[in-house]
Design a protein around this ligand. Structure first.
Ligand code: ZN
Ligand code: ZN
Length: 59
């Protein structure tokens, strides 16, 4: 199951590349509501969850 992480690891909501999401330094990905819920701390590795920059168009 080594796919691109395109879903929140907690609630499975899709976090497409263009959607707002939070990511930790080990690339765990969560939606923003879940991240807020967890005080912006990754439950997997204890890292800080940061807002992932929205990607509009990769050239
Ligand atoms: Zn979520
Ligand atoms: Zn993590």
């Amino acid at each position: 199951m080594l796919e691109m992480k395109e879903n929140c690891e907690k609630c499975e909501v899709p976090t497409a590349k263009t959607a707002a999401a939070c990511i930790c330094s080990f690339e765990c990905t969560f939606c923003v509501p879940c991240s807020d819920d967890m005080d912006r701390v990754c439950p997997n590795c204890g890292g800080e969850l940061l807002m992932r920059p929205k990607r509009t168009l990769d050239v």
